[in-house]
Design a protein around this ligand. Structure first.
Ligand code: G4P
Ligand code: NA
Ligand code: NA
Length: 191
């Protein structure tokens, strides 16, 4: 997506060869118009495939996921990384280990917001090692729902996330694919 690539070049900062800061429009301050365009672009890719819900992982996936869900006319569900100890409802859970952040968490959702009739689009901001997305896929499969695919804002194609997901037969649609990165260098892949 040209608009996103231009914004990354104008305002993104590669801290090193693996971490991109986009705090001025995605992760801290949010550009709502760009976020809307990105959510709509993801929705357009998956439109007509019978998506019943859009799932995301808190927190930075929420903004694009809600715009995608609105475009598709379906609810959006936030998968939780932290769960209230007093949660009384039945939950689905799976453990995720983030290499990027060096933390473990239990990805959690209430059973009443997913059923075996659901066909789910997963949306997130970054695809790196893909542990978060793979965790979402495991959770959805535990509930016997099906997966339309994964919509991502920024894919770091030099990390193995896309490959892991594609090996499971999943459609990964990324708005910007970074092939190579370093301080003062950001190269996109187009194919
Ligand atoms: P992982 O397998 O290494 O855990 O990678 P994953 O793709 O699951 O990403 C882990 C977390 O790190 C995600 O945030 C993801 O958005 C973030 N992340 C990965 N690479 C980058 C990067 O280059 N730049 C930025 N800004 N973030 C990156 P999260 O833990 O889900 O938290 P949140 O930010 O959504 O709250
Ligand atoms: Na994220
Ligand atoms: Na993030």
């Amino acid at each position: 997506m040209k608009l996103l690539e231009e914004k990354i070049l104008a305002e993104g900062h590669a801290l090193n060869e693996s971490i991109l800061k986009v705090d001025s429009f995605i992760n801290h301050q949010v550009d709502p118009q760009l976020m809307y365009e990105m959510g709509k672009d993801i929705a357009d890719h998956f439109r007509g495939q019978g998506v019943t819900k859009v799932f995301t992982i808190e927190s930075s996936g929420i903004a694009p996921a809600v715009y995608a869900a609105q475009e598709l006319g379906v609810p959006m569900v936030i998968l939780k990384k932290q769960v209230s100890k007093t949660l009384k409802t039945d939950v689905w859970q799976t453990q995720v280990t983030s290499f990027t952040k060096g933390v473990d968490y239990e990805l959690t959702m209430a059973k009443n917001y997913i059923s075996e009739n659901d066909h789910i689009l997963i949306v997130d901001d970054f695809l790196a090692n893909g542990e978060a997305a793979t965790g979402a896929v495991r959770l959805i499969r535990k509930a016997h729902a099906t997966i339309a695919g994964i919509g991502i804002l920024i894919e770091k194609s030099f990390q193995p996330g896309r490959q892991k997901l594609e090996e499971q037969g999943l459609d990964v649609y990324s708005l910007a694919r970074i092939g190579k990165m370093d301080v003062d260098l950001i190269e996109f892949i187009h194919e």
